[in-house]
Design a protein around this ligand. Structure first.
Ligand SMILES: [Fe+2]
Ligand SMILES: [Fe+2]
Length: 172
């Protein structure tokens, strides 16, 4: 059993993970239209990962006997300016998500809610990986500058990213 307060906080956050999925789908579309098929692939994998994050929260709230509430009808950004802009916005968004995961963890600790702390641990680790991936790509993009050949090579590298589905139990 989790508190009403915790349920509400988890509900708010699962909507943010859904927002993340939509944001990366919007970036997928921009990248494809800009001829960056590799970056498009990278954002498609990111979209799929976000749907996994979203489903993990849904499954956890449900497993605690609480109903999920969906309802964040926010405008999704669709105006991007460059390869670099996509990843700078991705990193900034993931840093916000990290902050919110930390706030959820603070609440779980404050409420002595051990189950939610264990559940959130996976996300604490995941956010380190998310930010690291984005920073690595931003670093490469800054080195490349506007060298077309370098950009194409990086785009090819991003084309190789594959989605690894979680074990069925993780989102059941
Ligand atoms: Fe996420
Ligand atoms: Fe990830």
């Amino acid at each position: 059993m989790i508190s009403k307060n915790m349920t509400a906080a988890l509900n708010t956050h699962l909507n943010r993970e859904l927002y993340s999925a939509k944001l990366y789908l919007s970036m997928w579309s921009y990248a494809n239209c800009a001829g960056l098929k590799g970056a498009g692939n990278w954002f498609m994998v990111q979209y799929q990962e976000e749907m996994v994050h979203f489903m993990k929260f849904n499954a956890y709230v449900n497993s605690q006997g609480e109903q999920v509430k969906l309802g964040m009808m926010e405008e999704i950004p669709s105006e991007f300016t460059s390869f670099l802009d996509l990843f700078e916005k991705t990193l900034a968004h993931e840093q916000s998500i990290t902050g919110w995961i930390n706030e959820l963890m603070d609440l779980a600790i404050q409420e002595k809610d051990h189950a939610t702390q264990i559940f959130l641990q996976w996300f604490v680790t995941e956010q380190i990986e998310e930010e690291e991936n984005d920073r690595e790509i931003i670093g490469k993009l800054k080195l490349i500058g506007d060298n077309g050949q370098g950009l194409l090579m990086l785009d090819n590298e991003l084309a190789a990213r594959i989605f690894v589905p979680p074990p069925a139990a993780a989102t059941a």
